[in-house]
Write a protein that binds this ligand. Sequence first.
Ligand code: C2O
Ligand code: CU
Ligand code: CU
Length: 509
Amino acid sequence: MKRRDFLVKSAYSAIALTFSACGRSQEMKHDMSGMESKGGMSGMGHMASEQLADLDALPKGQDLKALPLLVNQSTQADAFKATLRAAPMQVELIKGKPTTFWTYNQSAAPLLMELTEGMSVEIELVNDLPQPTTIHWHGLPVPPEEDGAPHDAVPPNGRRTYRFTLPEDCAGTYWFHPHPHKVTHEQVFRGLAGVIVVRPKNKAADPLSALPETHLVVTDLKLNADGSIAENNMMDDMNGREGQFLLVNGQYQPNVNLSGATRVRLWNATSARFLNLVKQNSTGQIDNIVQVGTDGGLLSKAQTSSKLLVGPAERVELLLSSAKDEKFSLIASSYNQGKMGMASPTPATTIVSVEQSAGEFKIPALRKIEALGAAVATQKVVLGEAMSMAGGVHSMLFLINNKQYDMNRIDFTSKKGQVEEWIVENNSDMDHPFHIHGGQYQLVRREGFDSNKTATTEYEPAWKDTVNIKARERIVLKMVQQYAGLRMVHCHILEHEDAGMMANLQVRG
Ligand code: C2O
Ligand code: CU
Ligand code: CU
């Protein structure tokens, strides 16, 4: 049976399938006494019975709100101290039908942490969720014990303090999210995620520091008509969850006013949505997008393109400017990531509508980035999928080097401080955004193989922590792990990560 037929057939044997696809979250739910009802059990047949809210259920076109700041409680210079309390929170998005989100500090919009290189950071996590949780500092070079791995989960009613000191030269655009075993996707789709901007200690190191800055945090909301957050169905578990609402700073298709040339940081904080960014002006034309930064900060020089793919977990910095007053939209144009089960590709959606006043800015050389030297070791990773009939039910397995994630198995070993080359091959039929914990890496090359004979692309050195890999594509990257300890590598489609497309990397001292 071919993959597609298998999956289509599967989709119609609804009940058994839904059980298998939701097995892991159902299992969690059984453990959770006292948890508020959220349609989980009645969601058993949700393949068939899913009743999503209409697109006009949420207002759009409101002015974009700035992100709420996580306030620094420290009185010392070079120190940042705060508490993040993860807890349920009710928000009335649909009148009379409150939605229960899980949020940090009762903020429905993602919180912004503003840090500076060299700062010592102390964050207390208070877990008032009905599940264990952690905080993972996505992309930041923090010690493994402080990085919120699934092995160090904080139980319900527990708390712990994360402590780390930011090194020099890590200015960039990061984020934080929970990383507990098997329920990361659920905690993120219920609302848990926040963002981090790290600024250089020396302002002169940032040639764009004089520009006004706008932050766009893109998240995805799949909302039921009754106001509850939808459970994942089998398609979500296979293809990654996409909601009907793309939110920006917690708002649906807001309006953004920019005065003059502006630096825009955009986070893809969705579970699985590929943002195939285009800038469409009011006459329907596509203008070029000018990218100045990526996950780990500024590029060496600006790059111009008509389309910019920002995969799950990736970040970009854009420079938006125009010679005259202008109106345009940032759109996530449709993107085909090779979804299974005859699911249609992600449709185009507006992210934000923008009104910008005239103001030009000549972009200087941005930054000097040295290429990492010759690699002294090589890691080989194959991302794969397989069909399973375990327990008499069809399901998809998501694998790294043919294995599902096991918390207690070491899959890769490397040595602190040495340049290593990672060859990562996507031997499956859909895209997988590949992430390594511990800091930033450099993408060196991308090439197609087998049925996908694309030309090789070589990359200028830039700092990334997540790179999308298309089906039958291979990337080569270089990375240095700065601390000894346990790290994770995984696909950042959160459903795939939780289903086992993740591996442990032991870094030796
Ligand atoms: Cu953003 Cu292992 O995660
Ligand atoms: Cu991470
Ligand atoms: Cu994946």
